[in-house]
Design a protein around this ligand. Structure first.
Ligand SMILES: Cc1cc2nc3c(=O)[nH]c(=O)nc-3n(C[C@H](O)[C@H](O)[C@H](O)COP(=O)(O)OP(=O)(O)OC[C@H]3O[C@@H](n4cnc5c(N)ncnc54)[C@H](O)[C@@H]3O)c2cc1C
Length: 539
């Protein structure tokens, strides 16, 4: 692809000064010491070279041109060909295809299911975290395919048909999966689905109804839900098919390079996955993995935003000194960097728990840990984006040349809605606490691995235990659900940072716990902000 020349014509009125250069042409992996440490710590040392190769790509000028072009040339719905035949296709800009191909060929959508070495999920989540620093749009289809493999494995016949292609790192021949569940009357409450499934003989059904959200509707196969006489049931259907009709594309806040659509099913052939009437049970496998992806994706976007903020402040001078050397800004940048490192550390720690399939304690830990982490990291995404944007001043607010900061500010909000919005996740955590005592113990044991290292963390850990005890007798547990989940997430993040990060980062994490302030830039005196900010971007 021809690159757009970036040249500055001579100005006749003034010289352009004090405008930072774009943060392009470094290596996003080499610039991130915290990621390098976490990848090795969680068992993924063999993936360092892959992560470095992808780190080079996602921060390259070529990738940035594709990101910008795919953002500008948004997907176009093609319901009919020029002769009036229905085709129900979406046309993507070649730059979107470039990004999709780049991820698929690097197994960003499949590595954990293809690789036999230990910590394959850890390595894959490091790659996914890096790819989200380029653009989260293509990462959504990667994520759906990653989750499709364990979901389809619940039916050996369907798995034999689809798994080899779902996990194929070949952009021409692989099969893209979709997940199409949400209807107009309810997304979180999937039991409210009204799509009807009628038997058509030979184990086949026909689906008739609609879906209100259907992302990347160019897939080869998809999971969906419909009502049979036995109740809500999970189905696998294929497209293209005349019974699968795209109504329109969504005009979205973010993720603009990626199509999300509304769709109607008209006697669309489908086969049951799993047991009739127990559809939500079979979709849980999909939801677990896409939740982990949402967590990793938001952590990746946070990382890009913090990098942009630090870079800008290092290169921008105000009132006689670089912004990054001025105390009020150092407080903000250090606080943002700690938030971002905590999100990444949590992601890779959870990925390790997903690798340890034979370890009961890890299974118990991840059951609760994933929901807690997804809730909190996604909740923190939008405030972090807002603060990072502010660090760039007016430039942060501007869309000109498709600035990554304003794009990521919009994109990051998807994490709060996709795969469980805040309340839905917080209520999931309450249910997990009530049903799985061993998960609560595994979660607390993990947090308490840092006990004794810092009195502020010890106080917080005691408060978390009290909060969990109090839940059992609370008159209205749902009322306090978010508070409980937030405290649990902060405990786990601080525990990870205290155990694994440099003293400067660990100290700031514990100081934040004690101060209980949530606005960025409110770290107390004595924090080594210079060390934190230096560590945050080695570029
Ligand atoms: C860009 C984008 C792409 C999407 N792509 C897809 C896709 O490909 N396939 C698909 O199936 N779906 C997709 N979705 C839909 C998404 O999964 C749903 O929007 C999400 O599940 C929430 O459902 P809802 O919109 O019906 O909101 P609701 O379920 O109506 O929720 C609204 C609010 O109520 C809260 N709430 C719900 N229940 C409770 C309760 N019991 N107590 C307290 N509060 C509650 C929720 O937390 C939320 O804040 C997409 C959405 C977006 C924005």
């Amino acid at each position: 692809m021809a690159t757009v020349e970036r040249f500055t014509p001579p100005s006749t009125t003034h010289e352009v000064t004090n405008q930072p250069p774009p943060l392009i042409g470094h290596n996003a992996f080499d610039a991130d010491p915290a990621l390098q440490e976490a990848l090795v710590r969680e068992g993924g040392a063999w993936g360092v070279d892959r992560a470095r190769e992808l780190g080079e790509l996602v921060a390259s000028a070529e990738a940035d041109e594709h990101r910008r072009r795919a953002q500008r040339n948004v997907p176009i719905l093609r319901t009919h060909d020029r002769f009036g035949h229905r085709i129900d296709e979406v046309e993507y800009d070649p730059s979107m295809h470039w990004m999709l191909r780049a991820g698929i060929e690097r197994e960003v959508n499949s590595l954990g299911w293809r690789e036999t070495r230990p910590a394959a999920h850890v390595v894959r989540y490091a790659l996914f975290y890096l790819f989200n620093q380029l653009d989260t749009g293509p990462c959504c289809p990667f994520s759906i395919n990653y989750a499709a493999v364990p979901t389809i494995r619940q039916d050996p016949v369907l798995a034999a048909q689809w798994e080899p292609r779902l996990a194929l790192p070949d952009y021409q021949r692989f099969a893209q999966a979709g997940m199409v569940m949400t209807e107009k009357q309810g997304g979180s409450d999937l039991r409210a689905n009204s799509t009807v499934a009628t038997p058509a003989g030979d184990g086949w059904y026909e689906l008739t109804g609609h879906k209100w959200f259907c992302t990347h509707p160019v897939f080869d196969m998809f999971f969906t839900l419909g009502q049979t006489e036995a109740g809500i049931t999970c189905f696998v259907a294929e497209r293209p098919h005349p019974g699968f009709r795209l109504q329109r594309l969504k005009d979205k806040l973010g993720g603009r390079c990626l199509a999300s659509s509304e769709v109607e099913f008209d006697h669309l052939p489908a086969r049951i996955l799993g047991e009739e009437g127990r559809g939500t049970k079979y979709m849980i496998e999909q939801i677990i993995w896409t939740r982990l992806d949402t967590l990793a994706g938001v952590a990746g976007m946070m990382r890009r935003l913090v990098s942009e903020a630090v870079w800008h402040c290092r290169h921008r001078t105000a009132f006689g000194a670089p912004l990054a050397e001025q105390p009020a800004m150092q407080n903000v940048l250090a606080d943002l960097a700690v938030e971002s490192e905590a999100a990444m550390a949590l992601t890779l720690r959870l990925a390790r728990a997903f690798d340890a399939t034979d370890d009961q304690r890890e299974t118990a830990f991840r059951r609760l840990g994933l929901a807690v982490a997804k809730y909190w990291v996604c909740k923190r995404g939008a405030p972090l984006a807002a603060e990072a944007l502010e660090c760039l001043g007016g430039n942060g607010y501007i869309e000109t040349m498709e600035s990554p900061v304003s794009q990521f500010y919009r994109d990051i909000q998807i994490g709060t809605v996709w795969e469980g919005s805040g309340n839905v996740i917080a209520l999931d955590v309450l249910r997990a606490i009530a049903r799985n005592r061993e998960s609560v113990e595994a979660f607390l044991t993990e947090c308490e691995l840092a006990a004794g290292a810092d009195p502020r963390l010890d106080d917080h850990l005691r408060a978390v235990r009290r909060g969990l005890d109090h839940l059992g007798t609370a008159v209205n547990p749902e009322w306090i659900a978010r508070a409980v989940v937030e405290d649990m997430a902060l405990a786990l993040q601080a525990s990870l940072l205290v155990r694994h990060s440099p003293t400067s980062v660990a100290d700031a994490a514990c100081a934040r716990l004690a101060a209980r302030r949530r606005a960025f830039g409110t770290l107390p005196s004595g924090i080594d902000a210079t060390a934190i900010v230096d560590r945050s971007l080695a570029a």
